[in-house]
Design a protein around this ligand. Structure first.
Ligand code: ATP
Ligand code: MG
Length: 415
């Protein structure tokens, strides 16, 4: 028990740190090139933020949230997603003073009480972006392009972008009447969850895997958009075409969170083990107002980091673990060791990753250790050569050794 992490959680072990770091570095580089700035919000928020923001009738709020009462009798929830907190911080931090406001968040911990399986955890992490104050479909295309670029930057290429429009409150209300009229006579033949959703969240019924075949001829939101929403979707398609981004239209994407309007999208990776959704997002033009701010359009996406790592593993795109050191210093004798400490410190100051043995091992064992760590260069300091002002530089791959003046070794390696 003590040596077992809670169900649905995993450690990021040192051997995977480089993967998390490079996903973070790519996030930062790609987003900052497009004018997005980083935001970090707390791990917990007032429960009401998610009830209002994500929506009371969603699975996330009804079944999956980690909610508890704190010692001050407030209802607190560990964030199940990144957007509601970002909107709260946008309003509280007056980020709307100059619009549009483009934000990104990285390695955001999210918590959902789900049935754990591959790529589905109870604590997971998301990278994401949010844009406030831009209503043109050009920003929808930009956000989608960022998502694709980020996935590609991490070596994921077998990607399928699926898009849909779920309209605005006006056309959706009219559509939902149609949908309910279509569903009503079929209701007794549908699964229990669908029956529960009929009143509160009928759109989600279209997302049911179990009943999909029975509902194949259901009316689609996409065929029932109002003229403005239809025009927005047409514009999005032409922007995507102009950017050379291919897509599929999937009228069944409804997304799990209530705040979406108009554009919704998912990016799916086709792996030998089947499809894996790595990214989901969309427009949420009513959310800022719903959370107490002025009417402000918004759009964003969330991308699961553990899913990306799994996707890399499934498609052979996992980056190799880099060697821990650029150089390892092997010493023999006490005076050599003193000199070794100095040299390692100089190498580190010159920006090289360097180390020496701290376990008082034999010279042979030091070499073995350096080899195991994959250090490409080993510097040997031995008493007699040191007196002549010389160290030995060994190229491990070539098994070749050269003598180098002590006062030139750092600049030589730093080159
Ligand atoms: P799914 O259909 O897989 O349940 P979702 O629609 O609930 O996903 P979103 O709320 O859109 O997911 O979250 C965005 C992304 O976060 C997903 O595309 C996925 O990469 C990741 N994600 C969601 N839930 C989990 C989880 N429990 N464990 C790991 N990653 C997750
Ligand atoms: Mg889910």
């Amino acid at each position: 028990m003590l040596t077992q992490a809670p169900k649905g959680t995993v450690d990021m072990l040192p051997r995977d740190a480089h993967r998390w770091q490079s996903i973070y570095d790519n996030m930062r580089a790609v987003c900052e090139r497009a004018g997005y700035r980083e935001i970090r919000t707390p791990v917990f928020e007032h429960t009401e933020l998610f009830q209002r923001g994500v929506g009371d009738a969603t699975d996330v709020v009804q079944k999956e949230m980690y909610t508890f009462e704190d010692k001050g009798h407030r209802s607190i929830t560990l964030k199940p997603e990144g957007t509601a907190g970002a909107v709260r911080a946008y309003l509280e931090g007056h980020l709307g003073d100059s619009l549009p406001c483009k934000l990104y968040y990285a390695q955001c911990p999210c918590f959902r009480y789900e049935k754990p399986q591959a790529g589905r955890l109870r604590q997971f992490h998301q990278n994401g972006v949010e844009v406030f104050g831009a209503k043109d479909a050009s920003v929808d295309a930009e956000v989608i392009q960022l998502a694709m670029k980020l996935l590609q930057a991490n070596g994921l290429t077998q990607l399928r972008l699926t898009i849909n429009s779920i309209g605005c409150p006006d056309c959706r209300a009219k559509y939902l009447e149609k949908l309910r009229a279509y569903l009503e006579p079929k209701l007794s033949g549908l699964c229990k969850t669908c029956q529960e959703r009929f009143e509160r969240n009928p759109l989600r019924i279209l997302d049911c895997k179990e009943d999909a075949a029975k509902l194949a001829d259901a009316p689609a939101m996409l065929d029932n958009l109002c003229p403005d929403c239809a025009e927005h979707f047409e514009k999005l398609k032409s922007y995507l075409a102009a950017l050379g981004i291919s897509y599929e239209i999937d009228a069944r994407i409804v997304r799990g969170l209530d705040y979406y309007t108009r554009t919704v999208f998912e990016v799916i990776l086709d792996s030998p083990q089947g499809p894996l959704t790595v990214c989901g997002g969309g427009r949420y033009d009513g959310l800022v107002e719903e959370l107490g701010g002025p009417a402000t359009p918004g759009i964003g996406f969330g991308m699961g980091i553990e899913r990306m790592i799994l996707a890399q593993d499934l498609t052979g795109a996992a980056p190799a673990e880099p060697a821990l050191y650029d150089a390892f210093v092997v010493t023999m004798g006490d005076s050599a060791r003193l000199e070794g400490m100095k040299l390692v410190s100089e190498l580190r100051d010159a920006g090289l990753r360097a180390d020496l043995d701290h376990a008082a091992r034999s010279m042979k064992a030091q070499f073995k250790y350096a080899n195991k760590l994959g250090a490409p260069k080993v510097i040997v300091i031995a008493g007699d050569e040191l007196e002549k002002g010389i160290v030995k530089l060994r190229d491990m791959a070539a098994s070749a050794e050269t003598e180098v003046p002590r006062d030139q070794i750092v600049s030589l390696l730093a080159k």
